[in-house]
Write a protein that binds this ligand. Structure first.
Ligand code: GLA
Length: 382
């Protein structure tokens, strides 16, 4: 205890986007297997999180939250043990209200006993939702309360506040003790949803940072319109759009929580989710948020800039328009004047290749709904 729990945005997998409330022992164990076998664990995805649907409809007579006996006939502990043996961490789901969003028993006024129970089971992460909250109790009090209960539980447990961005959450959440805060409505597997969420959080970039990151919701990368969740599975996206989604979440310091079925990923999905150069921008030790540089000639195009711990800069060029577009960045807009004698040595993180030294400007042509992501090093010339 005592160390920061979320130095960098948490990475993992969550059951909700693809499996809805259809979670069970076998599913979670087979996902754990796949996370290791497919290389996701080695790429940094360490949390396996069960979302809503794991609970029995009623608490036990003694007041304890218990898993649904049909979905988890052995109980939850052997599943957690299995996941830990795979070298992964386990995340669980509950809610600050009387019920979870799916109508299962929530933690309202059971916070301390539930937190103790999670600690005993070996839980490492708690996603704490915001449904069925008694109207008179401010969200802030309930997130503070669960944070306090987790601290008193005797185990280090990451608190992922699923607050949806209401009540100006970004202003008070850091002092509540939560490690991430959901800042948006639920994501859907569509370009419309991805682009809206990204744009809604641009101005709030300054609020997230080490030990309290802005959570823009789980990834839909690789879902391709599939899954059992009628709220999420609404058509799907192209791989270009999934790549852009991943690059945005990475640059904007969002947790990277996969939502597709990792047991059947396409090669392209794996390439996007396990691109170490893009992941490194998200997991950068400095945890700086990014800033948006508009391209005045084209309102559909913008650039994100993020200073990195080793002195490099990440630059993302995004095209939200429906036609190919040139995204011109004058280095002057980064603060770099021509007379400084510095230029940028540029590497394309998605293609994994060096571009060379660029002076004064960069102007890639970006596909519709596409992006370019560069890692740049300042170099002194002459
Ligand atoms: C809310 C959350 C989702 C998911 C569901 C579960 O809608 O925002 O992420 O956890 O509840 O019911």
């Amino acid at each position: 205890m005592g160390e920061m729990i979320a130095k960098t945005p948490p990475m993992g997998w969550n059951s909700w986007n693809t499996f809805f409330d259809k979670v069970n022992d076998e599913l979670l164990c087979s996902v754990a297997d796949a996370m290791v076998e497919q290389g996701l664990a080695a790429a940094g995805y360490q949390y396996l999180i069960v979302d809503d649907g794991w609970l029995a409809r009623q608490r036990e007579e003694n007041g304890r939250q218990v898993p649904d006996p049909e979905k988890f006939p052995r109980g939850i502990e052997p599943v957690i043990e299995y996941i830990h043996k795979k070298g992964l961490k386990f995340g669980i789901y509950s809610c600050c209200g009387t019920h979870t969003c799916g109508g299962y028993p929530g933690s309202f006024e059971h916070e301390f006993e539930d937190a103790k129970q999670y600690a005993q089971w070996g839980v490492d992460y708690l996603k704490f939702d915001n449904c069925y909250r008694p109207g008179t109790t401010p969200s802030e009090v309930l997130y503070k309360r669960i944070a306090m209960a987790l601290r008193a539980s005797g185990r280090e447990i990451l608190l992922a506040a699923c607050q949806w961005g209401t009540e100006d959450v970004h202003k008070w959440i850091r002092s509540s003790g939560a490690h991430t805060f959901r800042s948006t409505v639920d994501i859907q597997d569509s370009w419309n949803s991805i682009s809206k969420i990204a744009l809604s959080q641009m101005e709030l970039q300054g609020y997230g940072g080490p030990d309290c990151f802005n959570d823009m919701d789980m990834l839909v990368v690789g879902m391709h319109g599939k899954g059992l969740n009628p709220e999420t599975s609404v058509g799907g996206c192209t791989d270009t759009e999934y790549q852009t989604h991943f690059a945005l979440w990475a640059m904007m310091n969002s947790p990277l929580i996969i939502g597709c079925d990792v047991r059947s990923m396409t090669e392209e999905t794996k390439k996007i989710l396990m691109n170490q150069e893009v992941i490194a921008l998200n997991q950068d030790a400095a945890g700086h948020s990014c800033s948006k540089i508009p391209v005045y000639a084209n309102p559909d195009v913008f650039i994100l800039e993020k200073p990195l711990a080793n002195g490099d800069y990440a630059l993302g060029f995004f095209n939200f328009g429906d036609a190919k577009a040139k995204a011109v960045l004058n280095f002057w807009d980064l603060g770099l004047s021509t007379s400084s004698g510095y230029a940028l040595e540029v590497r394309d993180c998605i293609a994994g290749k060096d571009i060379g030294v660029c002076r004064e400007f960069l102007a890639p042509v970006v596909e519709p709904h596409g992006c370019m992501v560069y890692r740049c090093r300042l170099v002194k010339e002459g």
